[in-house]
Design a protein around this ligand. Structure first.
Ligand code: 13P
Length: 259
């Protein structure tokens, strides 16, 4: 059975003091949710301080990006072993903001996914269609292309360890959340793609998060869907009470999938 997983993507927000306070507040309450895996993904420069703030708690540390080489002359970049060294367990890869503003393509994201595994990190790989693509009826086609490209050549074991985050671009930071039905349709498609390439058993073990305007008042309904295993939360993860309320939306025994 897959375990629910809720992660906060803090993006380029907060001061160092605010980051530490937020991490401490989440860590303090995390014990109340033993059935949910929880992670926070602060900006690189706060990873060490946040790592200290959550040490010994149920909250894991994640980064928001990395470069796919272990070391070298890549001014301004951060390597996978550096993230492992700081205690990161997860790394978000291929976020739509990286795709949109930094020109990241599936092939490059795939390189990063392989580099993450080499450094012992679990990738959270983001996929999602833009509004025009949804309106043109191309959503599942886009998801298939991103799945094939960014998750190419993974062993079955690596696939099982990969977290996929379905984040429709039109729902990110807009307050426009996908309906549970819209999200479930894509999650189910992703599970079918995994089953086709590997097998049903593996497809049932992969954790698939939804991301895009997840808030305390819509989380419960999203989590009630059989193939939605948690969330990658942006804006609402910057406030401890909101992030914790979203986590509380995941009831014991969910996701109801794991068929
Ligand atoms: P919001 O929750 O702010 O819409 O952001 C979602 C997201 O991009 C998480 O990675």
């Amino acid at each position: 059975m897959r375990r629910p997983f809720i992660a906060g993507n803090w993006k380029m927000h907060l001061t160092r003091a605010e980051a530490i306070a937020l991490a401490e507040a989440v860590a303090q309450k995390a014990e109340n949710f033993p059935h949910v895996d929880i992670a926070v993904c602060p900006p690189f420069v706060y990873l060490e301080a946040v790592g200290r703030a959550i040490a010994g708690s149920r909250v894991a540390l994640g980064a928001q990006n990395m470069y796919p080489e272990s070391s070298g002359a890549f001014t301004g970049e951060i390597s996978p072993p550096m993230l492992s060294d700081l205690g990161c367990r997860y790394v978000i890869l291929g976020h739509s903001e990286r795709r949109q503003w930094f020109g990241e393509k599936d092939e490059f994201i795939n390189k990063k996914v392989h580099a993450a595994f080499k450094a012992g990190l679990r990738p959270i790989v983001c996929v999602g269609e833009q509004l025009a693509e949804r309106e043109a009826g191309q959503t599942l086609q886009v998801i298939r292309r991103q799945f094939e490209g960014s998750l190419a050549d993974l062993t079955a074991e690596q696939m099982q360890q990969t977290v996929i985050a379905y984040e429709p671009v039109w729902a990110i930071g807009t307050g426009k959340v996908a309906t549970p039905h819209q999200a479930e349709e894509v999650h189910l498609e992703l599970r079918k793609l995994i089953a086709q390439r590997y097998n049903t058993e593996i497809s049932q073990q992969v954790v698939i998060q939804y991301g895009g305007s997840v808030k305390p008042d819509n989380a419960g309904e999203l989590f009630s869907q059989p193939d939605i295993d948690g969330a990658l939360v942006g804006g609402a993860s910057l406030k401890a009470d909101q992030f914790l309320a979203i986590i509380a939306g995941m009831k014991k025994g969910q996701p109801s999938g794991g068929r």
